[in-house]
Design a protein around this ligand. Sequence first.
Ligand code: 6GU
Length: 280
Amino acid sequence: MRLDVITIFPEYLDPLRHALLGKAIEQGKLAVGVHDLRQWATDRHKSVDDTPFGGGPGMVMKPEVWGPALDDVATGSTSTPDLESSLPHLNKPRRDDVAGVTPQGYGGGEEGIDKPLLIVPTPAGKPFTQADAQAWSAEQHIVFACGRYEGIDQRVVEDAEKRYRVREVSIGDYVLIGGEVATLVIAEAVVRLVPGVLGNQRSHEEDSFSDGLLEGPSYTKPRQWRGLEVPEVLTSGNHAKVDRWRREQSLLRTWQHRPELLDDVELSKADRAFLDSLRD
Ligand code: 6GU
């Protein structure tokens, strides 16, 4: 997979070189290019924004700068070197390393799969979900356009449809200063699902959201710590009981923190009985 990010704050994207993503770069499973938008500014002051038509506060990012930037990045016609991994990596296999997963697209009508995917992070976008992360993990080339200020001239997004499949997405109901941190969030959620990057297939089949429920609590040794015991069922050796207990912990957490998610989950008779017992 190749990721390109266009931003006026390239150093903000440095975390992409570290940890899991750094390892993916090191292993050749990921290439990342971070591009300074000002490269495409044409005036003496390298300005990238201007006052909004119709008046109002803030500034809007200029189409004459973003247009050529997106043209060049779509075709790889840039001079920026790719990011290097921060890790002098110990090529030590992890205890849970197994073959990766098969990425799952959304299925059905693929619009111009040849075009790269352009992600425009914006609080006015469609909510980003685990299903998007799963689908995008099968992409060859994803470009992120990070806007600052009051956003990017909307004609840039419209025009980009010629060369990209464009998605305007939000990572939550709050406002960030710009799209950079949202890009880090989305990139991490997507890249960890690229086959061979995370290592352990089961660990994301059991992720919160993958089955529509939140994950329950986890425990490790020691059995007793600061007077607190690990739940007895987990040390019982009874796998059926452990599975049932974990399912109920997931149901409990979801009921406590995200009750609306329960509307879209397939519930067994036993699940319903457990949830009914909570409501009493
Ligand atoms: Cl994706 N971008 C910005 N700038 N703010 C946000 C956001 C994205 N998602 C929530 N707030």
